[in-house]
Design a protein around this ligand. Structure first.
Ligand code: G4P
Length: 193
């Protein structure tokens, strides 16, 4: 998606060969117009998939997921990482280990909001090692929901997540795929082909 790539080039900061900071439009400050376009793009790509719900993970997945939900006219559920005062009973939960942060979180959703009748699109902001997405897939399997695919805003293709999820048979649509980060520069995958 061209506008997203231009925004990454203009406002992203390469912190190291593995980490891209996008606090200016996605992870801290949010650019609503860009999110709207991202939502439309996900909706277009999955228009024929019969989506009934979108599932994401708090916090940075929520903005792009809500915009896609607005266009597809379906509810958006976000998995919680922290214990909630009200989200206590009848949960689907999964363990998500972050190699980046070296921590494991239990993520949960209420069993009320996703059922075996749902066809679900997973949306997340970053795809690195894929642990968050595999946690969300685990939850959807517990719910016996149909998994239509995975929409990712920024995929770091030099890490294993994208390959593992595609190899597991899932459709992954990433709006920007980064081939590598080096010397402060971002190289997108297409530029290399
Ligand atoms: P994985 O789920 O693909 O295995 O990712 P990983 O554990 O490596 O990432 C853990 C957290 O770090 C996630 O955010 C993920 O979005 C974020 N992350 C991974 N690589 C990058 C990167 O290059 N740049 C930025 N900005 N973030 C990255 P999180 O903890 O869920 O945070 P949030 O959603 O609450 O913002």
């Amino acid at each position: 998606m061209e506008r997203l790539k231009q925004t990454i080039l203009a406002e992203g900061k390469v912190l190291s060969n593995t980490v891209l900071k996008v606090d200016a439009f996605l992870n801290h400050q949010i650019d609503p117009a860009l999110m709207e376009e991202i939502g439309k793009e996900f909706a277009d790509r999955f228009a024929a998939a019969g989506i009934t719900k979108i599932l994401t993970l708090e916090s940075s997945g929520i903005a792009p997921a809500v915009m896609a939900g607005l266009v597809l006219k379906v509810p958006v559920v976000f998995a919680r990482k922290r214990k909630s005062l009200t989200l206590t009973d009848h949960l689907y939960s999964a363990q998500v280990h972050s190699f980046t942060k070296q921590e494991t979180n239990e993520i949960s959703i209420s069993q009320t909001f996703i059922t075996q009748d749902d066809t679900v699109l997973i949306i997340d902001d970053f795809l690195a090692n894929g642990q968050a997405v595999f946690g969300l897939i685990d939850i959807l399997k517990q719910a016996k929901a149909t998994i239509a695919g995975i929409g990712i805003v920024i995929e770091k293709s030099f890490q294993d997540g994208g390959k593992s999820i595609r190899n597991a048979g899932y459709r992954v649509e990433s709006l920007a795929r980064i081939a590598h980060l080096s010397d402060g520069n971002v190289t997108f995958l297409e530029e290399e082909n």
